[in-house]
Design a protein around this ligand. Sequence first.
Ligand code: HEC
Length: 177
Amino acid sequence: MMLLGCTAAPRPPVARPTVTHVNVVEDARGQGVCRRTDGESLASDLPLVEVMRQAVNPSLSRISWLLFHDSRAADDDARSQQLARAAHDLARCFTLLPKRAPARGERTEFELLSIIQAHNASALADAALQNDVVSQRHWYLHIKETCQSCHEQFRFGAARERGDIGWDTESAHSSSF
Ligand code: HEC
């Protein structure tokens, strides 16, 4: 797989002077569920492609709008909370994604990429709560890179073309999301 050149770790939790309450509320909301941006939780038997279409892709669009097109100040509380919420939602979908690993081929690699992505999105949520714009953009770029890495291999990759990777067996829909 393509190794990402950056070794920066998410910053350790620090005091969050303005938005301390958010994390608790967000963490209590829908643990273990992948949600759409309208808050609706995804059905447990939804295929991977629908998870991408209904939750992952709209979440990333929302994040990118909040990061690059929102007219509010970068340290605006409401903006930070919305960004943190969207990033937490994205992280949760990727935490659950290993359950959607291909039935045939390279499961470990798929799981690893899912975990890296959950980590990237959690780090972005932390950066949002710390009002750290530089770090927010940093983790956003890692998220985009990881979307691309996984797609190169599992969505468009040669192994998939050959049929060495696939979701189309009996077990493909048996795991609960
Ligand atoms: C761990 C692997 C993995 C990661 C990470 C990943 N994807 Fe995907 N994605 C896939 C696979 C595999 C498919 C193709 C599924 C299929 O066609 O059955 C896909 C398909 C898609 C599609 C096409 C849906 C359609 O309508 O056909 C979109 C859009 C998408 N992903 C968005 C994203 C975005 C945005 C990110 C990053 C935030 C992302 N994905 C991260 C594995 C991944």
